[in-house]
Every structure is written in C-alpha cells, then in structure tokens.
Design a protein around this ligand. Structure first.
Ligand code: ADP
Ligand code: MG
Ligand code: ZN
Length: 612
C-alpha cells in the first residue's frame, strides 16, 4: 500500500502504452506488403499480373499472380471500378481479376470506434483510482475516515510473552484466565460460564499496560489489534462510531483475537460532562463501543483489553458487568520488581561484570517500567559514546540522574562565585536533610547542573510507602528551605536559584492545609472542589466551596507552615555552620558527593538528628 504515487503513475502509463501498442498491431494484421499507387495497380491489371483485389473501405489488398501481396488505396468518393476506369484500366483485363468487397466490420471496425471513445474514459478512470489510492495510503487519509486505523501485530518480532513482563504478579495472574479462555474456550462454554469480554488495565504511564496486553496475545497466540482511543476521534466529526464498528468487525473476523483500546479515557470519560453539549463525538464513540461489546455472542472469542491511567474519570457504564468488568491495577514497581525489570532490559545489552542491578533498583524508587527501560538504554548509549564495549555500574548510576533531571551540563561554564553559591545552596539542603529525624537520607549531592537545575540533592526514602506523615512533610518543607536559608546566611543575599524550591514549598504547604487536613486550626476538612476541564483532561481551576473568611484562614495557615519550616531550616543552618562549610568545601572540590562519601564526611561531626 505504501507504494509511491510516482511508481503508480509510471505503471499506469506503461500499461496504457502497452494497450495502445496492442491495438495498433492488431489493426495492422498481416505481414507488411508493398504499396502500389493507383496507376501502378492499373498497369499491373492491364499486364494481367493481378489475381485478386479485396476492397475494404478505401483500402485495397492485392494478391498478384505470383502470390505476392500488395496494398493500395482508392479515392474516397468513388467506387473501385470507377476509379480504375478513370485511370484507364482495360475492362477485359479487369474481368480476369477477381474482385471482393469486404464490409468494414469485425474486430478492426469495432476497435476503430471503441479505442478513441473508451481510451480517454479509461485514462480518466485510472487517474481517479490512483488519486484515491494515494489518499488512502498517504498522510491525509481523507478518504478513510470511516475505517479504524487498526494495527495488527503479527506473529513475529513484535510478539511479547509474560516472561518479558517483569513483576506485576497479580496482574499476570488475573490475565492468565483470559489467556486460558482464548486457548480452551470449550472448557468454559461447556460449564456455562460467561466469558469476560473486557479487561481494563489501570496504571500510571509507563507501568507496562500496553506491554501486558501484548503479552496476553502472545501467550494465547492470537492476533493482537491495537488502536488508540484518541485516534477514534481524531479528524472528522462523526467518524468515531464508524471506526469503532470497523475495529470490532476486523477483530471478530480474526477471532480468537485481542482488541486493545489504548487510552480509553479519551472517549470513556463520564458522559454528559463535556463542554459543548452532551452529544459530542466522544459520547457517540463510547456508545458504539458499548453497543459492540453488548453485541458479542456468548462464544465470541474476542477479548477487549483497554488501558487507562485515569480510571477515576471513566464513565460508569464502561464498568458494568459484561463490559470491562475485569479490572487489573498495575502499580509502580517495588524494589524487587524494579530489579526484575532491569534484568529483563539487561538482556541483549553488554554489561560489565561489576554491574549490580540491585543497587540500581535501590536508587530508583518511583521509577516506572518505562523509566527503567529508558535508564538501561541510556547507560548503553553512554558507554558506546565513550567507546567502551561494556556498560558499567557507573554508567547506570549516571543514567538514573539523566532520567530524573535531564542530561548533565558539564560544559556550562560557571564562575567561581556562582559555583560557591551553588555549593552552599546544595549543602544547605543536604545539611537540613541529615539533621532531621523524619527526613529521608541523602543519596547524592551535586553542583553539576542538570536540565534546568543548577545543582541537586537527591533523597532516598527509607522504605517505599504510600503514606506520608505530617512530620515527614514538615521535614521535606524544611529541607526545601535549606538552600534558601544557607544562601541568605552565608552571602547575606539570595539568588534566583532558590525560586523553584520556594514554589514547591508553597504548593506543598497549601496541599497540607486544603487536601490532607493537616492543619491544626482548620481541622480535618478538605477545601476546594477541583473541576476538571473534561475536554482537555486537565485541572484548570478549583471551585471555591468555602467562604472568604475561611480563605483568609487558609492563607494564614499556609503562611504559618511555610514560615515554621523556614525557621527550622534557618536554625539548623545557623547552629551547624561548621558542617555546612565542610560540605560546601567538599562540593566545590569534588562537585559530586555520593551517599557513602557524604556520610563519611559527616562522621567526625557526630550530628544528632533532631525531631520536629
Ligand atoms: P504503558 O502502556 O503503561 O504506558 P508500556 O507498556 O508502553 O507502558 O511500557 C513502556 C515500556 O516500558 C515497555 O515497552 C517496556 O519496555 C517497559 N516496561 C514497562 N513495564 C515493564 C515491566 N513490568 N517489565 C518489563 N518492561 C516493562
Ligand atoms: Mg501504553
Ligand atoms: Zn535548591
């Protein structure tokens, strides 16, 4: 289908020329023969050399006595004998010649009429066909709007299996059942079980939803059709529903099969909540999906797997029994899963013997499967760029920060002064972090700029927990102010380097008050109802559901929390100035302090962690 337009044109022209050639050869039937003028012919007749003359229109085919052939033409208006007489033929000699008159009929006649009329039509037809084809395969797709842009992943290289999916144990267990059904449907049908029609995979981006769906198809060895719900509604209004129908039809024809609808939240949002009226495009598409799924026969062996990272906004109708009644949650990987994922992606990469994937896993809390895959790849690229054959542990650790913060910008020249400010700023963060019992340990401090950050201090959570205590938040806030407080104390001035810290701190403080109910004065209430702009899928603003008076109180509380955190940071910096200097000096010298170096540096000071 992807043949270029010009190739098509070329073949069309070649085809037409061949046809034309064929016609001209046909109409010339017979071997070439000598051409006679009329008086030449008359002379030959008079000499008694002519056996036979056949008249066909104005063309004369002549057979001479010796069996040779010749042609001639007569005048258009007059008959043959008349013409010959005008040229003084001997009537006696003429009688000896057998004359034959052929009708202008047969193939030749018809071709003569048809070719000039049909050929142009044919050419126009071919042109139209080409334009049509081009628009189908080309970028515009203007003529295919009713067709789903289904992608079939064949049985070859794109195949994934459960062994390619690390971790996600529960999810895999749930899906085993689907695989088993696709493999042995009889077992289930005989016992009268209703087969699951839809499975909804829910998880943050990069947690392996697409991968898992592909793995189900791979395990069951059935075709895998992949479509993104956002493509349903992409170009013309009114095509979503027909695309849906088309996608389901294709999958049903190929049954048993998996139909994977990615990003179903693009069409499956709560209905009637969109802007621009209730009956919009998404809604029709969603309805069509529901209709198609309801229309499955009991033994339709198509299983629809949908993926979303926004299960909270899905229309309830999608979740009714008989639709996406199986729901599988994909969590961010924990430390063991991260190690397993790293192992999967280490396959086929040349790694040094010193590589310890466990340690990489320890350092990557919060990474998704996609982040880890990316990390492995970055490490390989880093090694290759330095002309090394194997990727080392160092490459892997480097890549962690690259994935988090963007590439290192070693090349950026910074002045001595700027370097010193950055060193004290980061030292401030690090010092506050180690000084508070509830803060996470420091993983790394660096004054090498990355992405937009001038320097950075990475923390390492003790254990992965989903719950945060209030003291942890307060410690986090204090740590955010560590850089600011340090700059202010050492240089008596502050730089723009702290602006991002301040922004983060105020956002966090506001969350504590309005969402987590962690303010003493306002108590365990949440404030503000977040409205979502459904169409864009973004929070565009908060509706205030509280009074001016409460608003003022909230502001006071936020200010209070921020101020207390700032004071705490200031106190630590002031009382531990010697330690701050030591860290800053080490940073200026080495630029980066790893976890071990950092804690070795602190050892002599014998710091006692403070509780809040
Ligand atoms: P999602 O669809 O949830 O956004 P993907 O399935 O597209 O995420 O994952 C992106 C990539 O991340 C995958 O192609 C794979 O390389 C990697 N990945 C994610 N999760 C895992 C996992 N559990 N095991 C192995 N690789 C994973
Ligand atoms: Mg995906
Ligand atoms: Zn900072």
């Amino acid at each position: 289908m992807k043949k270029s337009f010009f190739t098509n044109i070329f073949w069309a022209v070649v085809g037409l020329m061949t046809i034309a050639l064929l016609f001209s050869v046909l109409s010339q039937s017979g071997e070439p023969s000598a051409h006679l003028t009329v008086d030449g012919l008359v002379a030959k007749i008079n000499a008694g050399q002519v056996e036979k003359v056949t008249v066909n229109g104005n063309n004369l085919s002549i057979v001479l006595k010796g069996g040779e052939k010749a042609t001639a033409r007569k005048e258009t208006e007059s008959g043959l004998t008349e013409t010959l007489k005008n040229y003084g033929v001997d009537p006696k000699a003429l009688q000896a010649v057998s004359l034959d008159f052929e009708d202008e009929s047969g193939l030749k006649f018809w071709l003569g009429i048809l070719v000039p009329t049909i050929l142009p039509l044919l050419i126009i037809g071919v042109m139209f066909w080409l334009i049509f084809r081009r628009s189908q395969s080309g970028a515009s797709q203007a003529f295919t709007f009713g067709k789903a842009n289904l992608r079939l992943f064949g049985a070859f290289k794109d195949r994934a299996n459960f062994k390619d999916v690390a971790g996600l144990k529960e999810a895999k267990q749930e899906l085993e059942e689907v695989v088993d059904f696709l493999k042995n449907p009889k077992k289930y049908l005989e016992i009268g079980a209703r087969i699951p029609r839809g499975v909804l995979l829910m998880g943050q981006p990069g947690t392996g939803k697409t991968l898992l769906a592909r793995a189900v198809a791979g395990e069951a060895n059935v075709p895998f059709f992949h479509i993104s719900a956002s493509e349903f509604v992409e170009m013309f209004v009114g095509v979503g529903a027909s695309r849906t129908r088309d996608a389901f039809m294709t999958a049903k024809k190929a049954a048993p099969a998996i139909l994977f609808i990615d990003e179903i939240d693009a069409v499956g949002r709560e209905r009637g909540a969109g802007i621009g009226g209730g009956h919009d495009e998404r809604e029709q598409t969603l309805n069509q999906i529901l209709v198609e799924m309801d229309g499955f026969e009991r033994d339709t062996r198509v299983i629809v797997i949908a993926a979303t990272n926004r299960p909270d906004i899905l229309d309830r109708a999608l979740l009714r029994p008989g639709r996406f009644d199986r729901r599988v949650v994909l969590d961010l990987p924990d430390i063991n899963d991260r190690e397993a994922i790293l192992k999967v992606h280490a396959r086929g990469k040349a790694l040094d013997k010193n590589v310890d994937l466990r340690r990489v896993a320890v350092r990557t809390p919060g990474f998704s499967g996609a982040d880890l895959a990316n990390l492995m790849n970055e490490a390989a690229i880093l090694a290759a760029r330095n002309n090394r054959k194997l990727a080392s542990q160092q490459d892997l650790l480097e890549s962690i920060e690259k994935v988090i913060l963007g590439p290192e910008r070693k090349g950026r020249a910074i002045s001595e002064k700027e370097k010193k400010i950055t060193a004290y700023h980061e030292a401030g963060h690090a010092l506050v972090a180690v000084s508070l019992k509830d803060a996470d340990p420091v993983q790394k401090v660096s004054i090498i700029s990355r992405g937009s950050a001038g320097g950075y201090t990475l923390k390492l959570p003790f254990e992965e927990s989903r719950l945060h205590t209030k003291s942890q938040f307060v410690a986090d806030l204090a740590m955010m102010f560590g850089g600011y407080a340090s700059e202010k104390m050492v240089f008596g001035d502050i730089t723009t380097g702290a602006s991002n810290d301040l922004k983060q701190a105020s956002e966090l403080a506001r969350l504590l008050v309005t969402k987590y109910g962690m303010s003493e004065r306002l108590g365990p209430l949440t404030f503000g109802k977040t409205e979502e702009l459904i169409f864009l899928g973004k929070e565009i603003g908060s509706e205030r559901n509280y009074s001016e008076k409460v608003a003022a109180k909230i502001d006071e509380e936020v200010t209070g929390i921020v101020e207390r955190a700032h004071q705490l940071a200031k106190k630590i910096i002031n009382t531990r100035k010697k330690v701050l200097d030591a860290i800053a000096r080490a940073l200026i010298e080495k630029e980066t302090l790893e976890h071990e170096d950092f804690y070795a540096l602190l050892k002599p000071f014998n710091l006692k962690p403070l509780s809040i």
